[in-house]
Design a protein around this ligand. Sequence first.
Ligand SMILES: [Mn+2]
Length: 288
Amino acid sequence: MSNDSIKFCGLNEPFSDYGKARFAVIPVPYEKTTSYGKGTANGPIAILEASRYMELYDEELDSNTAESGIATLKPVLSDDSPEALTEKLRSVCAKVLQDKKFPVVLGGEHSISLGMLLALKDYYKDVSVLQFDAHADLRDAYQGSKHSHACVMRRIREHAPAVQVGIRSFSDDEADNVKKERKNIFMAAEMHRRDCTQEIINRLGKNVFITFDVDAFDPSIMPSTGTPEPGGMGWYDVLDILRAVSKERNIVGFDAVELAPNPQTTAPDYTVARLVYRVMGYVNQGIQ
Ligand SMILES: [Mn+2]
């Protein structure tokens, strides 16, 4: 089955209708600069496939989020440079925002997040970024590219303030930057020892773009990613932060990136599908 034929949640009309939908899911199976495990190009289709088996009733929120309408757009395909993909995705996201939909991007490698951020910034002017990730992604360049997945937060920070959570891996080059940005970077070990939720929220502006690298999760529940790191976040750790952010800030966009599906275990694919659906539910019940 191709990406083209699978809708998020396996929805049919009228709930999958773009015209009426609150949410627009944009699959971006882009993989150009991954460095270790490959396969994130298959992330979007695995998330869409897994999402067909979810219950649409959300047991935490006591609601059926899909009734707000979730359209699944055609995948944004590119074999070009990350810079070209950035511009392409920026224009797809811009259209979704003009049409008053909430954009949800399914990756694909993390470098795609810049295009979405630029569209959100064009539209809202004032956007801050909340990154869930094992990696700081603050290198200025990696393997000759300034637009590698390993540099995405460095590029994003050139356009918007960012708060980084779940971080537990960076290079000695990045360490200086991490020290400089210490107040906006919440290490996984620190978050393990104490509840940082309110401090995280306090560092964010009114409009928040959430970029979620699935390797923020512990490899025990998220082995299907290119560069897994021990000591990651659990399911409820993540939800507690997302729920709190949705109550105090205006979430304006969400992406889930770096899932590299393993055919032997579908649980991680399903975990990301549930995460995406839960975030949609939080957005629905948030302050917007
Ligand atoms: Mn990462």
